[in-house]
Design a binder for this molecule. Sequence first.
Ligand code: C5P
Length: 415
Amino acid sequence: MTSPRILLIVSGGIAAYKSLELVRLLKRDGIAVRAVLTKAGAEFVTPLSLGALTEDHVYSDMFDLKDEREIGHIQLSRQADLVVICPASADILAKMAAGMADDLATTILLATDKPVFVVPAMNVRMWDHAATRRNIRQLISDGIIVMEPDEGDMACGEWGKGRLPDPEAIAGEIRRLLGSARDDVITMPPARLLADSSGPLSGKHVLVTAGPTHEPIDPVRYIANRSSGKQGFAIARAAAEAGARVTLVSGPVDQPTPRGVTRIDVQTAREMLSAVESALPADAAIMVAAVADWRVEQAAGQKLKKDGSGAPAPLSLTENPDILATLAISAQRPKLLVGFAAETEHVVEHAQAKLARKGCDMIVANDVSGGVMGGERNRVHLVSADRVESWDEAAKEIVADRLIARISDRLQDQA
Ligand code: C5P
């Protein structure tokens, strides 16, 4: 597996020196870092120190013929898994919000097709200024992921919000965004990312699981199911558009990450459970993943061979943890816990039984007797303790919007 790659843009500000520590921590975690230094950033850190730590060339000039010939600003914006701006000055945030591209950093930001994570740092008055507030709202609604600054003493002698968070906390968020969760991420505090303050789910954290899980049999085979991840990804998209901070824990699927959603990729049910637990607390959890019920007790280290005798495969299966049921009895149980049920007959009756068995608040039951798995449309029944709502068949995107509207109402009623 290739190591995850970050493109780090260092803009101007007294906190720029902390970007050096950030690079060191990311490199320690096996993350490759390539740096872009803005003109103002270069007033605070030198290309030499940044280059020594990244062990790479530092890019700063849009019109550097050699850089342009060798890699080019478009390539630079596409080669990373994640673009990080740390520190992000009020000036670069304003340029991004306006869609300006007047230097290498802003051109990269406009040309990139990768998620962008900004870590603002500035004086408290600049952070509180109506223009910066407006720019941050714009960036969030554009799908940019924004980390909330710390509060404390400022270099200028004032006190308030605007300090760059601790580099360890920033590195933790980056690892989380890259989905390269190492064990110690589990102990990290939950993300402090800012969300759209105007939507019905603003200020809420919504956790979604999606896709299948792959349970290895040997290095080349696995147990899986036909889930495409479409419905779960649509729900994550709808929740983010409603202003929630969304963590999407996904099994192996071929779906683009919705804008503004933090995605954690996993393979197995046990990895999914651990990613879900480390993403808590959450206000609502919507478990859409089609988790494999069983895994092979002991996956083989080498490819299994048939011996030609016609004997049954030497597979001993064991049950996987039930993520939904585990969450229902967890000390950090989300206020609203929603499960999915794929049924081929007696859809509502089975969903009612599942609601009780799994200890969740709502089951979205879908009839998979038709072509729902991998298809574009879905026909669902919303089953809760006191009522059943049956919806007309609709595109999965529409089902997602309606479901998120229901979830927003329920969370508001509970507030
Ligand atoms: O029991 P069944 O697989 O039909 O339950 C479906 C619901 O339970 C879905 O919401 C699914 O995401 C969740 N589930 C889970 N962990 C499992 C199995 C199912 O979270 N191991």
